[in-house]
Ligand binder design. Sequence first.
Ligand code: NAD
Length: 370
Amino acid sequence: MATHKLLLLPGDGIGIEVMPEVIKVIDWFQARGVAGFETETGLVGGSAYDAHGQAISESDMALATESDAVIFGAVGGPKWDAVPYDVRPEAGLLRLRKDLALFANLRPAICYPALADASSLKREIVENLDIMIVRELTGGVYFGEPKEIIDLGNGQKRGIDTQVYDTYEIERIGRVAFELARKRGNKVTSSEKRNVMKSGVLWNEVITALHKREYADVTLEHQLADALGMQLVRWPKQFDVIVTDNLFGDMLSDIAAMLTGSLGMLPSASLGEMNPKTGKRKAMYEPVHGSAPDIAGQGIANPIAMIGSFGMALRYSFGLGDAADRLDKAIADVLASGLRTADIKGNATSTCSTGQMGDAIVAALDKASA
Ligand code: NAD
């Protein structure tokens, strides 16, 4: 039985409340002999700042680098609003992404039939939706130089951000998208703004050439990012895998998030380059939501995004697609049974706690394997 090293970083707020529910699931798979997991737990965000004066300590960074996957909760909260900028809670998350070189952000948007009424769109538009947004995470306008505000000396200032992509960055994110599509619906939609941006022209050329050279068996289409935003709310089921840059991916994945009803349902994965010697890649798995200070400490957070993030680790880091399918089915079964946390209450008459939702998912795993 293979043993995988996990670093658990619960973080702050509801991150601390949803992580124990993942541990129940990790323990379940371990007890069933599906895989061995060696877990370490560290601090990140405000809790790390309180302990060490840093958003993540060097020793926890070393553990993250040595791990096969980081399982991350959420960071932030009003308690740390006034801490210095470079040690603010989010700095821990950004350091992990940067030092582990996690360039590919995978955000599935899945709408379980039992939750179709929680979406702001009509049931027939979103029911059984299953799309994957692949966002480039370490390049583009969020990182390009120059990035500054300059004083023009005439009472005016100029804010500058630089959108910049090199061929290799577009190729490696394109590969992630094409490889994923081959295991799903075999279709990739690439998105940019080539009508007004040079980086969009290059993006389009590189993805087209990569497709022709290595992935001609996959269907490829291109959509301008503004049109794609419109299509996502008009008829999202036309998409399988969407690949786009850092800025457009940020926006389009949040639009897709709303299709599924609640932030508490959305997992994500961030992947680094494959090491050709070991066949492994650095990876971090985290819910899309934040630390939710408005409900933290009440035991009512939805743990499904966090548990689903571990499901993505099973699938994308450990090659345990069957186990991931079992976990996805357990979540769907629990939702079909009518159990609801407050954020997905809909028309339900009662709601359950974070712990009750985690227990129900483990019980559904038990039931399905009995
Ligand atoms: P948020 O995601 O924390 O919360 C937005 C809304 O969704 C809140 O009403 C919250 O109660 C609800 N919500 C989120 N997750 C939920 C869950 N699992 N179950 C039930 N309800 C849930 O976003 P925010 O309020 O904009 O930010 C709060 C803090 O989190 C800020 O400090 C922000 O910087 C930080 N943040 C961190 C991350 C991260 O760690 N990756 C991401 C986003 C925001």
